[in-house]
Design a protein around this ligand. Structure first.
Ligand code: GDP
Length: 426
């Protein structure tokens, strides 16, 4: 083999989300993953160990995460939104999934567009209500690559029987939600069993370690490879020209492209692109960039419209189904009105129908006339004017929405048009 250093190719990245009930060992798992894959900054582990000894406290892997958090709070870490670790195969970006409200907020803003998930369960406590809810939310977000990690196996004497019991229960439950986990892995995050190194204490287990499981997942479609969605944030006028400004949420855009604006259905060609992230005027731009677009015709356009290519335009409708997670204090009822927020669009909507409500405990379908706090339901929403939107499973941004009561976000939801709209209801 040559000893010449190879040119540095861009490493593949995979975005993962780690969810689990509080205290089931999320931070421990992440701390251990960083350490065992050799991804920690040099001296970090030793520094935290020494700090624990000085203070006479037992070492906790979670302290590593706490220290990252405090560095982030102080702005020491360069990347303030994401943390990542490396395996031989690629880099992993961990997307935080803390409390309900944050999770919903991330989900709506697209920050939770994870490509794979690890669901963490405490072997002693087993499945909790939150574990069920997390499974449900992953399904809602269309995250199909899932590894269930059964943690704290040391507390159940590394029992194959206990592991099989949890696997059976959770497989059954997730199956009901349309989620088929790729793996169930028994681990002890604290001791590192089956994380990077294969455990010698669970030789009854033949499956992959956590890192092997993660490395077997595939990158999913990147936003840049999806249809163009450029929601208008603002329209500026100067001279007799107009410049349309927004962030490209998915797809690509080139000078010369014919754009269609939905729901007004006006079209025009891109005559130039202004970008704040490049020194010269670019000929093209892609998802993630904020741009100003100069058009070859003077159209009257408003904030909230979505620019796309004519051949791949969003759905236009004034009635749609949303599968939503309800956070309001009062129950959601037919006839209630809220402010819909979908990308840059705001529009009043009314609840026309509650199709089904899922039980908060086991998420089975139940008969109900309203949706209680923290309930999940399929509802039909109607607006006066036309809305432009997408199927939420496919499009992380233009297919997800929030409802506001004028002060607070009261729901997060995903557009689900399957079998809908029924033309008679339009
Ligand atoms: P989080 O709230 O899900 O982030 O949970 P933490 O990572 O903070 O862990 C909660 C508690 O469980 C801590 O006291 C950990 O030391 C403990 N813990 C985590 N993993 C294991 C494990 O594999 N075995 C045992 N015995 N305890 C663990």
């Amino acid at each position: 083999m040559s000893s010449k250093p190879k040119p540095r190719a861009a490493r593949e990245q995979l975005r993962i989300v780690i969810v689990g009930h509080v205290d089931h060992g999320k931070s421990t798992l992440v701390g251990r993953l960083f350490h065992d894959t050799g991804s920690l900054p040099e001296g970090k582990y030793e520094a935290i160990k020494a700090m624990c000894e000085r203070r006479g406290m037992p070492f906790e892997w979670a302290f590593l995460m706490d220290s990252f958090q405090s560095e982030r709070d102080q702005g020491i870490t360069i990347d303030t939104s994401q943390i990542w670790f490396k395996t031989q195969k690629r880099d992993y970006v961990i997307i935080d999934a803390p409390g309900h409200r944050e999770f919903i907020k991330n989900m709506i803003t697209g920050a939770s567009s994870a490509e794979a998930a690890m669901l963490l369960i405490d072997a002693g406590h087993g499945i909790q209500q939150q574990s069920r809810l997390h499974g449900f939310l992953l399904n809602l977000l269309g995250i199909r690559q899932v590894a269930v990690v059964v943690n704290k196996m040391d507390l159940v004497d590394y029992s194959a029987h206990r592991f099989a019991e949890i696997r059976q229960q959770y497989t059954h439950y997730l199956g009901g939600l349309g989620v088929t986990p790729d793996y169930f892995i028994p681990i002890s995050a604290r001791d590192g069993d089956n994380m990077v190194e294969r455990s010698t204490r669970m030789d009854w287990y033949q499956g992959p370690t956590v890192v092997e499981a993660l490395d077997s997942f595939h990158p999913t479609t990147r936003p840049t490879d999806q249809p163009l969605r450029l929601p208008i944030q603002d329209v500026y006028k100067f001279d007799d020209r107009r410049i349309v400004v927004g962030r490209i949420e998915s797809g690509r855009l080139s000078v010369g492209d014919r754009l269609m604006f939905s729901p007004s259905n006006k079209t025009a060609r891109v005559s130039s692109i202004e970008s704040w992230s490049t020194p010269t005027k670019p000929l093209e731009a892609q998802a993630g960039q904020s741009v100003g677009v100069m058009l070859d015709e003077q159209l009257f356009l408003e904030r909230g419209e979505i620019a796309s290519h004519e051949t791949d335009a969003p759905i236009e409708t004034n009635v749609f189904r949303g599968r939503l997670f309800w956070l309001g204090h009062e129950a959601l009822k037919v006839g209630d009105s809220y402010e819909l927020k979908l990308m840059t669009r705001s529009a009043p909507v009314t609840v026309q129908k509650i199709e089904r409500v899922f039980d908060a405990e086991d998420l089975s379908e139940k008969a109900a006339v309203d949706v209680p706090r923290h309930g999940v339901a399929d509802v039909i929403l109607r607006s006066r004017g036309l809305l432009a939107l997408d199927e939420g499973r496919d499009m992380a941004r233009s297919g997800r929405f929030a409802l506001s009561d004028g002060h607070n976000i009261v729901a997060g939801g995903v557009v689900s048009m399957e079998g809908y709209p029924d033309q008679r209801e339009l």
